[in-house]
Design a protein around this ligand. Structure first.
Ligand code: 1PR
Length: 561
């Protein structure tokens, strides 16, 4: 029996390869149509947009051989888009035909009551006997799986009977119930990413591969009771550990952490009280810390190359090596930021932002985070009134899907006299709060965007950037605050509320966490889906599990390890 993986060329397939290697299985890649003849067990970890997957398969002559393989009755496991291509069509790409095994359409989530994409951890409730791995394929209703998708197969036995017949488990997001795994004969598919779902996901992969290599007997399908939306879904709040990475003065990549983005030690000379900048703070090695946070139950990890705006990321082999090594050890989503833009190598070779992002996806990143370039793109959007298709946000989201593009916002408060301010951000002013520096008390403020790690301000507000980024195709906002970064004062709730209310995509609250209560507060007082911290985790002041216990006590769904 030979296990093969299918790479359609537009997604992070490295994560699945890493998971399968971790489980101890050997596999080969499908690289030509003939390889399907040699495959007896096949996994297709499709990612990105429906049309991209189908077009890539067609261009490489793999569409029909894939259909023939599935029709032959040999075991097939489709992940995310690899599951969606089994359907006849998708609302994402109405003119493109899928494989058509499931004769109905994939629909778009309704974003009026929730953020879309559905990005994060949720439950999956199997129809079959919970104790029998032959029938559950290892899917358990008591653990959580990582989903990231804007389109889904609605579970509705009346309106969408074919999808309901194929449904093996369902998941609820907001008020919508959708099919989270499909199964029929030797065909299995998960809408979630088992390769990014920690131990729970590895269990599914292991169960399925083991049974398939041993020879499967297609399970019989028993009678089913139709399901309806419950008062509450299983979607959890995500806790993200962030590592700011840069070279220290010896040239080694280290995790550092700033106070309001200043990452150098403050050194006081004995003869004077003036503090001067010392060495870059070193809080540990990126891969070791990433492994530690994965083991501790982080729902997601973020690695930001904070000085990459100075050079070409594709020449930054140490950073690529860090991401590769981290992806081999952690099986939760990994976001990589810093320097995601069109660049020119010192030898004059031009590199597009898509190439830069692709290099990170190929070594195991799941999402890229765009900072400075997003600000310039939104400035251009304002001037042209529409995207021209050339920005990093647009090109990467077109190729890899919106869910792979995060926009990182680095805003700073601008204090103004509310009685005289008549600038363009009047409607975004925050009044009557006195949590800023003493010399700004009594003033109002707005949030101005910065580039190059906070070194330069630009005439764009955080709200404007978030809206523009969403319009250009970003799938998530990582919302920092230079004023709160490293202070431990808690998240800037006014900023977070304002940005969250302006967009429909998920928002990550970042900067200022100093205690578990700050996480409870940000989830109670804003609608963000996730919260990120750095300093308190690096300094072991608060553990990731401490945060989750507090959230659970406060009534929020959280993922246990
Ligand atoms: O502009 O596309 O090259 O991206 C650069 C990226 O690097 C941006 O995401 C930017 O936020 C980040 N960055 C640049 N300089 C710094 C710096 O600190 N000097 N770090 C920097 C940003 C902020 C957060 C931090 C939270 C939580 N780091 O990610 O982790 O504030 O910290 P806390 O919990 O300790 O308060 P581009």
């Amino acid at each position: 029996m030979a296990l093969f993986l299918l790479d359609h060329g537009a997604g992070n397939v490295q994560s699945l390869a890493n998971s399968i290697e971790k489980l101890g299985y050997q596999f080969s890649w499908i690289s030509s149509p003939d390889d399907f003849q040699r495959a007896s067990v096949l996994i297709f970890p499709g990612q990105g947009a429906f049309h991209t997957a189908i077009e890539c398969l067609t261009e490489r002559g793999l569409f029909q051989p894939l259909l023939d393989y599935i029709n032959s009755g040999k075991p097939y496991f489709g992940i995310c888009i690899g599951m969606q291509v089994l359907f006849a069509a998708s609302a994402e790409s109405p003119s493109v035909r899928g494989l058509g095994l499931i004769p109905c359409q994939i629909d778009c989530f309704d974003d009026t009551d929730k953020a879309v994409p559905h990005m994060g951890w949720n439950t999956a409730e199997c129809f079959d006997t919970p104790t029998d791995p032959q029938s559950t394929e290892g899917v358990s209703a008591t653990v959580f799986y990582y989903f990231v998708h804007s389109y889904c197969a609605r579970y509705d036995p009346v309106q969408n009977p074919e999808a309901a017949q194929w449904a093996h488990s369902t998941t609820q997001y907001g008020n919508e119930v959708f099919v989270s795994t499909v199964r029929n004969g030797s065909v299995f598919g998960t809408q979630f990413h088992p390769e990014k779902s920690g131990i729970a996901g590895l269990t599914i992969l292991d169960t399925w591969i083991k049974q398939s290599l041993a020879g499967r007997t297609p399970p019989s399908v028993g009678p089913r009771t139709p399901r309806h939306a419950k008062p509450r879904d299983g979607f959890t709040r995500r806790i993200i550990a962030c590592m700011d990475v840069r070279a220290n003065d010896q040239g080694d990549l280290v995790v550092t952490k700033g106070d309001q983005y200043d990452v150098r030690e403050k050194v006081s000379s004995s003869s004077t009280t003036v503090k001067t900048a010392g060495a870059v703070r070193n809080l540990g090695k990126p891969v070791a810390l990433a492994s530690k946070y994965y083991d501790a139950g982080a729902d997601e990890l973020c690695l930001l190359n904070i000085t990459s705006f100075r050079n070409s990321p594709l020449r930054d082999q140490p950073m690529l090596a860090v991401v590769r090594a981290a992806a081999e050890r952690v099986f939760v989503p990994l976001t990589i930021g810093g320097g995601i833009k069109d660049t020119v190598d010192p030898d004059g070779t031009k590199r597009s932002a898509v190439e830069v992002a692709g290099a990170y996806f190929r070594v195991g990143a799941d999402k890229v985070s765009i900072g400075s370039e997003a600000v310039y793109a939104v400035e251009k959007l304002r001037a042209l009134a529409a995207g021209d298709g050339t920005s990093a946000i647009e090109t990467i989201s077109t190729m890899y899907g919106r869910q792979a593009v995060v926009v990182s916002i680095d805003p700073k408060r601008v204090y103004v006299d509310p009685t005289t301010y008549d600038g363009p951000y009047k409607a975004e002013l925050i009044y009557g709060k006195d949590d800023g520096p003493m010399d700004e008390r009594g003033k109002a403020w707005w949030y101005q965007c910065t580039v190059s790690g906070g070194r330069e301000t630009r005439p764009v507000s955080a709200v404007e950037l978030a809206k523009g980024a969403q319009a250009l195709g970003a799938g998530e906002i990582l919302l920092n605050s230079i004023d709160r970064d490293g202070t431990g004062m808690g998240f800037d709730l006014d900023l977070i509320r304002m940005v969250k209310d302006a967009v429909n995509i998920p928002v990550v609250a970042s900067s200022g966490a100093g205690a578990t209560e700050h996480f409870v507060e940000v989830f109670k007082q804003t609608n963000v889906e996730s919260a990120l911290a750095a300093g308190i985790f690096h300094r072991d002041e608060v553990g990731i599990q401490d945060v989750k216990v507090s959230l659970k006590d406060a009534g929020f769904n959280t993922r246990a390890i």
